[in-house]
Ligand binder design. Structure first.
Ligand code: ADP
Ligand code: MG
Ligand code: ZN
Length: 635
């Protein structure tokens, strides 16, 4: 990330507001203080004061630089003796008069027994000024600053005191992203669509000459981690133009209007740097459809409206292209998607086998590897993984190589990394009791056997009963021989049987049911439900769509699309499918109980066995059986 800089426009008006505010507050404070600090005082004439002295009404006086404070005798309880505490008397009533240079005063005072003194601790004018003016302002400034900062933090802004209303969103500008299409593996369709934008940014005149208008914006749509952000950067890198990026959620603040002003700011700064790319990540944060049922959100709507009008307003011939990314395109406001705005939609799919291999190749370039590694095998084992997973995997493999004190990454590291992504790290310190270990072993071998004994399943790659950090006590890894894009009904049914076979093995051998099967059961249920409600694979409902997927790119939950009555029937149908699969698994395992026992014992001893070892034992048992049958037939 070179040339990254925070874009912070400056804005003077908040400072002015602040100064006025604190001045008013300080004046008010001073007034209040002087009111509170001084007892009831009454100004009298100087000759009235002399009169009071002559009438022996005065107990003591205090001469200040500009006035004389007069403490009356009250002649009652404390006999008129004032108690001076830090220069103040506790006398209840008090008068004062202006200071008059009267040489005869001391004489008169002595005559009438009036105590008098000149106040010594007359405050320095500077100290006075500081205490009553500068200090409160500083205090207010500090308080204000803290308040703003904590607010700013909460809102995700980076601004301090002066940040009200200004664009302190995390907008980044990179002059050179340093990413090119070569860094984005696979995704050739997406790259093709973006190529045109790159070309346009290179040479807008070519398009203008013929009168062709470039799309103003393109929306990158796809599941998280598939490389949308990466692609946007690559477009900027290829076109060699500045890249402005901001996340949709950074627009939305607590104060209405802030988001809108940020949008204005963004477009102003970007058009000054044209040609360039504006990238709005996670645009669904502001682009949510405005007619949702939970009442409006003024701030978000204003921000969206501002974005819409900016997109309409700017002249695309200047060479500003807006890219946005989302994984929930279905909730976006229709206005965003209409022609002239984000009229291009570029789907960034999860990578297929070849795509995964290519992504692995891109990332493996950064680590030292031994020549024997086989990325094709890794790609096969990682069906469903996205680019971010694969990048992470390569890194995990490199970390493991370091842990093992090797200086290159070998295939084992990569396979282990695949498992880490699927099941979490090995958790060697979790000790299972012997009984538990046996149950887990039988459970896993149950899965593996059901896999091997059915036709429409992927071969077993590895079985292990070493606990994993993500909660699995053991697991069976299957490895497809080739990438599949379709799943048939038979394959789904076999898969459900495999999932249930773990628990079935527990039931057959130990006559017990454990919690270890929870995840299997959940997955089996989901599969059965999808099979009936979404894939139209049941005889009862035919091809009725009983459920809809809500956010396709986020593996979102399914919402019912049928009456409650039908849902009840659907549930019954699911239960039926699961029951049948249960029976099938039971039949498979009881018929092969010898294999189950032998492989489980082997697993308990070794803790991990490979698919090859597994198949060897299974074939041995088959051979023995065949021989037995042969001999019995002969006899
Ligand atoms: P998204 O924005 O779609 O959620 P990102 O673009 O942030 O995903 O991808 C995250 C990381 O995953 C990237 O930084 C990159 O390392 C890796 N990655 C994802 N897709 C690819 C790809 N097609 N080729 C190479 N690396 C990829
Ligand atoms: Mg992203
Ligand atoms: Zn299981």
């Amino acid at each position: 990330m070179n040339n990254k800089q925070d874009q912070n426009g400056s804005n003077k008006s908040p400072m002015l507001y602040f100064i006025i505010l604190s001045l008013v507050a300080t004046i008010g404070l001073n007034y209040l203080l002087s009111f509170l600090m001084s007892p009831q005082k009454k100004e009298i004439y100087y000759n009235e004061f002399i009169q009071m002295v002559e009438q022996d009404k005065v107990d003591s006086i205090e001469i200040k630089s500009d006035r004389i404070l007069i403490y009356e005798k009250n002649g009652t309880q404390n006999g008129g003796i004032p108690e001076y505490i830090d220069g103040f008397s506790e006398q209840p009533s008090m008068y004062y008069t202006g200071y008059v240079n009267d040489p005869k005063l001391s004489e008169l005072l002595n005559e009438h027994n009036v105590k008098y003194k000149r106040s010594l601790d007359e405050n320095n004018i500077f100290v006075d000024f500081f205490v009553s003016w500068i200090f409160p302002i500083l205090l207010l400034y500090l308080f204000f600053g803290l308040l703003m900062r904590s607010m700013g933090k909460k809102m995700g802004g980076s601004g301090g005191i002066m940040g009200i209303g200004q664009s302190n969103a995390k907008m980044y500008m990179e002059n050179k992203t340093g990413v090119t299409f070569a860094d984005v593996a696979g995704q050739s369709e997406a790259k093709e669509s973006l190529d045109e934008i790159v070309d346009f940014l290179h040479n807008p005149a070519k398009y203008m000459a013929i009168g062709a208008k470039q799309p103003k914006g393109a929306l990158l749509v796809g599941p998280p981690g598939t490389g949308k952000t990466l692609l946007a950067k690559a477009v900027a890198g290829e076109a060699n133009v500045p890249f402005f990026s901001i996340s949709g959620s950074d627009f939305v603040e607590m104060f209405v209007g802030v988001g809108a002003s940020r949008v204005r700011d963004l477009f102003k700064q970007a058009s000054a740097k044209a040609p360039c790319i504006i990238f709005i990540d996670e645009i669904d944060a502001i682009g949510k459809s405005r007619d949702n049922q939970y009442g409006g959100n003024d701030e978000r709507e204003q921000t969206l409206n501002q974005l819409l009008s900016e997109m309409d307003g700017f002249d695309s011939s200047k060479g500003v292209v807006i890219l946005a990314a989302t994984n929930r395109p279905e909730i976006l406001d229709k206005a965003l998607l209409r022609p002239g705005r984000f009229d291009r939609r570029i789907i960034v799919e999860k990578p297929d086998l070849k795509g995964r291999e290519d992504i692995l190749k891109v990332h493996i370039k950064n680590v030292k590897v031994s020549p024997e590694i086989d990325l094709h095998e890794i790609a096969l084992a990682t069906s469903g993984a996205v680019g971010a997973d694969l990048a992470n995997m390569v890194n995990e493999a490199a970390l493991r190589a370091v842990r093992m004190k090797r200086n290159v990454v070998i295939q084992d590291d990569l396979m282990e990394a695949v498992e880490i992504i699927i099941a979490g790290k090995e958790k060697k310190d979790r000790i299972l009791s012997d009984k538990e270990k046996r149950i887990v072993a039988y459970h896993e071998v149950g899965h593996a056997l059901a896999t091997a004994l059915q036709k429409n399943t992927d071969p077993v790659q590895k079985i292990t009963i070493v606990p994993r950090t993500m909660g699995a006590l053991g697991y069976t890894m299957q490895m497809p021989e080739e990438e599949k894009y379709l799943m048939s009904k038979d394959e789904i049914l076999d898969e459900i049987t495999v999932l249930l076979a773990g628990r079935v093995a527990e039931e057959i051998v130990f006559n017990t049911k454990t919690t270890g099967a929870a995840n299997d059961i959940e997955r089996a249920n989901d599969l059965a439900r999808a099979m009936i409600a979404q894939y139209g694979m049941s005889d009862k409902f035919g091809m009725a769509a009983l459920e809809k997927v809500q956010s396709k790119y986020l593996d979102g939950r399914n919402v019912p699309n049928c009456s409650e009555e039908t849902q009840t029937q659907l549930d019954n149908e699911i239960i039926k499918v699961l029951k049948e699969a249960h029976e099938k698994a039971e039949k498979l395992l009881t018929e092969n109980i010898e294999a189950l026992d032998r492989i489980a014992e082997f697993l308990i001893e070794r803790e991990t066995i490979t698919g090859e070892q597994f198949m060897n034992i299974l074939n041995e048992i088959r051979d023995e059986k065949n021989k037995k049958e042969d001999t019995s037939e002969e006899s």
